[in-house]
Design a protein around this ligand. Structure first.
Ligand code: FAD
Length: 385
């Protein structure tokens, strides 16, 4: 017989995982997602086409039985391949052998797999149902579809996994201030692509099993492999105020000239550079800090909705997956007391989230600045992304 009802807002990576775990634990879970079903409408990513999955995230996925399926879709990254300005590169392994690696996974592929898993476990997912308002005293959510139609549903226990711009967080904050603080990094990112090679026998233009980094002082490029042979390249650069910045090299022509000087080896592998540059937006980066993640036993924030961080440790999703696994464990031990579960969750997870937020900020400086260091090729010092 199902245990209590739980509503989850957001069917992204963390929402889908927590829905799966709680349903497997016997709860009746209903998920409300703003976007259309990506399995039918196509995935509307909006950011980072692929992600680094590390042991923390894998550990949480093992709890659902999904880890093997995810790894079957992933590309192993044994270490960082660092590219210096002269075009030399060298691999710094993460561990002594392939037991210590990280994995490049497709965000769309992973989300699809996890939505399937949540539904297979018995969770109900309503797509095109964006949270418009929440009445935490009455225990109701008001949802709005794309056409503007609204409906109100009962939701005595709500988990907000609706990402960095969380609408549930805003509603909670209106009810009881959460002590929110957002620190903009002042740097943004743009995604580009190294396409697969023409010969199907050798589709990867650079080392397949590595996370590539081109550190250049105040900015850098990274590239993560995709299964079919392409690489998603991400340029991290100041937004403005100094040169180079996204403001100072706004056009595709100026950007190409910048890459010809700073990243010539990468540019040579990107035949669609100008089109990609013009088509892809500049993403913003910030760290979200909250004093409180829950309101009694009514509502709790997890994943980016509670602790969005900058991506330089590759740990945002991994940390959100840990949230989901820990929350499911706490609910399993105490299924009828969401107040106690939410309070214990915050006490356990917040110190971890605060620590990883700080480490992620520090790692950006490590990664991008090491080029100025004459010991540059001693890549052991380049952080742990
Ligand atoms: P999201 O993925 O943002 O999902 C939120 C979901 O809620 C979405 O489906 C959204 O449509 C839905 N939603 C939003 N508003 C509403 C609403 N009002 N009502 C209903 N639904 C709503 N992490 C890693 O671990 N490794 C990496 O390598 C990595 N690389 C990154 C690179 C970049 C450039 C960026 C920006 C981030 C990266 N991250 C990485 C972080 C990672 O993307 C996030 O931590 C992760 O996506 C958080 O998952 P989430 O489910 O909490 O939020």
């Amino acid at each position: 017989m199902p245990r209590n009802d739980i509503a989850v807002v957001g069917a992204g990576l963390v929402g889908a995982l927590v829905a799966t775990l709680l349903t497997q634990g016997g709860f009746r879970v209903t998920v409300y997602e703003k976007r259309p079903d990506p399995r039918r409408a196509g995935f509307q990513g909006g950011r980072s086409i692929n992600l680094a999955l590390a042991e923390r995230g894998l550990h949480a996925l093992r709890a659902t039985g999904l880890a093997d399926q995810v790894l079957a879709q992933a590309v192993m990254m044994r270490g960082r391949m660092v590219h210096d300005p002269a075009g030399h590169s060298g691999l710094q392994r993460y561990g002594v052998d392939d037991t210590e690696v990280i994995w490049s996974v497709s965000r769309g592929g992973l989300n699809t797999l996890m939505l399937d898993a949540a539904e297979a476990a018995g969770a109900t997912i309503h797509f095109d149902q964006g949270l418009a308002a929440a009445d935490l005293d009455a225990g109701t959510l008001t949802l709005r579809d794309d056409a503007g139609n609204e409906r109100t549903v009962e939701a005595p226990v709500i988990i907000g996994a609706d990402g960095a711009g969380s609408a549930l967080r805003a509603a909670m904050h209106r009810h009881s201030p959460l002590g929110e603080r957002v620190e903009e990094l002042g740097h943004g990112y743009k995604e580009l692509e190294i396409p697969p090679g023409k010969d199907p026998a050798t589709p990867f233009a650079i080392e397949r099993n590595a996370l590539h980094i081109w550190p250049r002082g105040h900015y850098m490029c990274i590239a993560l492999p995709n299964r079919e042979g392409s690489f998603t390249v991400t340029l991290f650069l100041p937004n403005d105020g100094e040169h180079p910045s996204f403001r100072s090299i706004a056009g595709a022509g100026a950007a190409e000239a910048f890459f010809r000087t700073e990243f010539p080896d990468a540019l040579a592998l990107m035949p669609e550079f100008a089109a990609d540059w013009s088509a892809h937006p500049v993403g913003t980066l910030a760290t979200l800090y909250l004093d409180r993640w829950h309101i009694g036993g009514r509502a709790l924030l997890i994943g980016d909705a509670a602790h969005a961080i900058v991506p330089f440790h590759g740990q945002g999703m991994n940390c959100g997956f840990e949230d989901a696994a820990e929350l499911a464990e706490l609910f399993a031990a105490n299924p009828d007391d969401s107040t106690a579960v939410f309070a214990e969750f915050e006490a356990r997870r917040k110190p971890n989230a605060d620590a990883i937020a700080q480490m992620a900020l520090e790692n950006y400086i490590e990664m991008r600045d090491k080029v100025a260091d004459p010991r540059f090729l001693r890549m052991r010092e380049l952080g742990t992304l």
